[in-house]
Write a protein that binds this ligand. Structure first.
Ligand SMILES: Cc1ncc(COP(=O)(O)O)c(C=O)c1O
Length: 387
């Protein structure tokens, strides 16, 4: 029997059809809205592989089928941003009268969608402690709970959720699960294998990987996959052709980039953790992380994104002195690109306590590890010397 290739090999080969394209390995970029037919009779048939630009082109199919293959999902729909993958994934499976459970550590823009858009559609968002036990979560559910949303690890504060317990609970209660898997990526968290129904991936980050594309994916299997596809089509969601191309090109090197980012992230986190100003390190791949065992159980790697908490007694100006003059770390949101970033953590919590201190998020990019370490060490020196 033919062995299923590893995800690394899938990332390199999926979606390639050189035989349909003069032997050229990468798909052409089709810029299209109109697709012409030869006659009214042909147009009347309405059975075309490519119907209209918005509905997809060979470039779209190459990308979407590759992401689906990477996830082991039946389908993956490309949408215009990571946030659009959150909103599409949720809206495709809920209806008015439902309630949806979201972790309190939810990514900020997703939280605003939950708090503002869902109620207007008759759907009630409820927030839960990302570390709640299955019993505690069950106590927040009722007959109208149709979806439990997971984001593991949580944005900014990096709580690792007990996905297995949540999926078991959801199945027992007859509701679906959705998971923002951007941190895990298809390589480090097997969302389909873990039984997640709606898989959300901000492709803006690691999949496209070069800080120049805004894209998201919603992957799923079976009936849920059909619902997601139908929702995206009915809502007119589509992505610009060049972005399809760039995302697919980025995906080819995902395994290599992810590994470099992971190694840089671990080295930085290990050094930062030793510094006396640190009152909390939030890297799931380090033994000091409170849910490290869960991470070991469920993930096969860590990406380069983590945060740490600086002592609240440190003046803001000293923290700024550290962050403002980095040589290689840019100051900015987003992550998953080639370049390292430092970002001041912003978050809102309503059912769990807001942690105290200065939260700083690091994204370790693809630079040389020693250069990044030197840069961060110099930053800590500036913080200490600040008067
Ligand atoms: C965990 C997570 N999900 C979703 C998104 C949204 O992605 P985008 O910026 O492409 O809308 C982000 C962006 O930072 C994110 O960190």
């Amino acid at each position: 029997m033919k062995k299923t290739p590893s995800k690394h090999t899938i990332a390199v080969h999926a979606g390639m059809k050189p035989d349909e394209n003069h032997g050229i390995p990468n798909p052409p970029v089709y810029h299209v809205s109109t697709i012409l037919r030869g006659s009214f009779a042909e147009e009347r048939k309405k059975q075309f592989q490519y119907d209209y630009g918005r509905m997809g082109t060979p470039t779209t199919v190459a990308l979407e089928s590759s992401v689906a293959a990477l996830y082991g999902a039946d389908d993956a729909v490309a949408v215009p941003s990571g946030l659009a993958s959150v909103t599409t994934g949720v809206m495709a499976v809920v209806r008015s009268g439902d309630n949806v459970l979201f972790p309190d550590s939810l990514y900020g823009s997703a939280r605003r969608f939950a708090e503002v858009v869902l109620p207007a559609a008759g759907v009630t968002p409820l927030f839960y402690d990302p570390l709640a036990t299955a019993d505690e979560l069950e106590a927040q559910m009722d007959d109208n709970t149709s979806l439990i949303y997971i984001e593991t690890p949580g944005s900014q504060t990096f709580e690792v959720q007990d996905t297995r317990a949540i999926v078991d609970l959801a199945r027992r209660k007859g509701c679906l699960t959705a998971c923002d898997n951007t941190w895990g990526t298809p390589l480090y968290f097997d969302a389909v294998g873990h039984g997640i129904d709606v898989i959300i991936e901000a492709g803006t980050k690691y999949i496209s990987g070069h800080s120049d594309v805004s894209i998201g994916f919603v992957a799923a299997v079976g009936e849920t996959a059909k619902k997601v596809r139908a929702y995206a089509i009915n809502m007119g969601l589509c992505v610009a052709p060049d972005d399809h191309y760039l995302a697919l090109r980025g995906m080819r090197t995902l395994p290599l980039r992810l590994r470099q980012s992971e190694q840089n992230g671990l080295a930085l986190a290990r050094w930062i953790e030793q510094q006396p100003e640190i009152i909390g390190m939030r890297h799931p791949g380090l033994p000091s992380h409170p849910q490290h065992a869960l991470w070991q159980r469920d993930f096969t790697g860590s990406c380069g994104l983590f945060s740490f908490m600086l002592d609240p007694a440190i003046p803001v100006a000293a923290v700024d002195a550290m962050a403002d003059h980095m040589e290689f770390f840019g100051i900015g949101a987003s992550w998953g690109g080639h370049e390292s970033l430092i970002h001041e953590g912003h978050y809102k919590r309503t059912v769990t306590p807001e942690p105290e201190g200065h939260l700083v998020r690091i994204y370790a990019g693809l630079e040389d590890q020693a250069d990044l370490l030197r840069d961060i060490e110099a930053g800590f020196e500036r913080m200490r010397n600040h008067r």
